[in-house]
Unconditional design. Structure first.
Lengths: 278, 278
């Protein structure tokens, strides 16, 4: 079993040092609780509601920055081949001088992969350059972990892409701004995660924000969804963690019945293979 | 506003005459209640749990059969340009001699379109030939109505295809065999419908079965989902109707914010356009 933990945190806009401590403390606590995979929110290093592209630039870091190093250090309590794996969002300064809304996969050995958000939400387009690579699927001791960020999840083409690349778990650092929903309903993005899990038979772990930031509130939708599409743990309001012990190898079986198979039953000759180009 | 009604019925396996009466009575009742769009279950003319392909063949009809004519006749109480529109499933005998799991779009003028299920579920593959045409989108006085059948809905490529073809409403005749779900959860297919509605901003109306048939029970998931992805009416257990008055033109606005647009934000250069070939 793989212990998956998704952390709902309240980073401080503009304070790299405070967010490094906040996020690495969350990783340390999860590692102490036996976590194998730890998901942190989108842009947890910087905060989200930038006043300007210039402000974002002052908070942008490269993957070799000490903030991500602090996550790796927090994993060393159980280092080596079985190291916990952290997936967290950061404001990336690319070698090309552009800014990306990125997420890193980090373990005790350091940064394993960086993903740049491909589907930018709303005013993010005024700050970031969209990524143009598919979600990485990182082989770890705890399973094959894919990464995407927030609004990416709302494009079924992208979750399909990750599933077809043999992801066991899709880790989703996110900042879901508060939207209206009927009483008793989950955040709409969680419903989308449930459906994406179910139609692809892949587990999904989403780590959302909490804490009002420059007038913006959040859905506080941090949830772990099983490959059958059910929410097995969720945080609700405030800071906290969703935690579940999952058999991630279950995601590898796409067969539903003797004659039904989620992937083989696609009619790719009618609508393309999805993701043939990345 | 368009009054959408989805009928949860219990057809009788093998009894074309009884099912013609059952389904046309449901249409008449809905028309009397002011329905503009009426969705009936999958294979409502024949029942679902065929003992053999040979049995299915004895129940297969052509679109000009009197059963579909009985739906058209039931619409004539409010005929003419404003005729109600019926979408219902039937076991089709093709001109090629093959059997199809089809759905017809019918109004007072007769059959407007026939769709053949493209994604066959489980043992349906032993009976039917899959269709190879995209969901039709029928222009009606009540909106642009697309049609797909049951398991089709679980392929995001297919709902995307219908949305990209400018559907205002996706009508889904379905027979959802009973599957396990946690207490308090909706049927998983309804969750999938909610997500498909939300990510495409398109309304979806699903008409499911009730009534044990040859040992098979059903999810009884008949639901109407708004373009925002919320269930606005559902039947629950037993025979009944889901009904909602929807502004279907809302489905035409894919813009979420000044800088976010559900369709324009797709990164088709990364994963293909979806449905370029139909």
């Amino acid at each position: 079993m793989t212990r998956v933990v998704a952390c709902q945190l309240a980073p401080v806009i503009g304070d790299l040092a405070a967010n490094a401590e906040l996020s690495s403390a969350a990783v340390r606590a999860a590692v102490d609780d036996g976590a194998d995979v730890i998901v942190l929110p989108e842009l947890v290093t910087s905060g989200y509601v930038f006043a300007s592209p210039e402000e974002a630039r002052t908070l942008a870091i490269r993957p070799d920055h000490g903030v991500l190093g602090s996550w790796a250090a927090a994993c060393t309590a159980r280092g080596g081949a079985q190291s916990p794996v952290v997936i967290g969002g950061f404001c990336e300064l690319g070698d090309d001088g552009l800014l990306y809304n990125s997420a890193a996969v980090v373990d005790a050995s350091g940064v394993r992969a960086v993903y740049r958000k491909a589907h930018l939400w709303d005013r993010e387009k005024l700050v970031f350059t969209p990524g143009s690579a598919a979600p990485p699927v990182v082989e770890t001791a705890h399973g094959r972990i894919a990464v995407m960020v927030c609004y990416d999840l709302e494009f079924p083409e992208w979750t399909r892409t990750a599933a077809l690349a043999d992801a066991d778990l899709i880790a989703v650092p996110t900042n879901w701004p508060l939207v209206a929903r009927p009483d008793g309903e989950r955040a709409p993005e969680v419903v989308i995660a449930m459906a994406a899990a179910r139609v692809n038979h892949v587990a999904i772990a989403c780590a959302d924000r909490t804490g009002t930031e420059r007038g913006v509130d959040w859905n506080e939708g941090t949830s772990i969804v099983s490959a059958d599409g059910w929410v097995v743990s969720a945080v609700g309001a405030g800071t906290g963690v969703a935690q579940a012990d999952l058999d991630l190898t279950a995601s590898r079986d796409k067969r539903l019945t003797e004659h039904a198979h989620l992937m083989d039953d696609r009619r790719t000759e009618l609508y393309g293979a999805v993701a043939p180009t990345v």
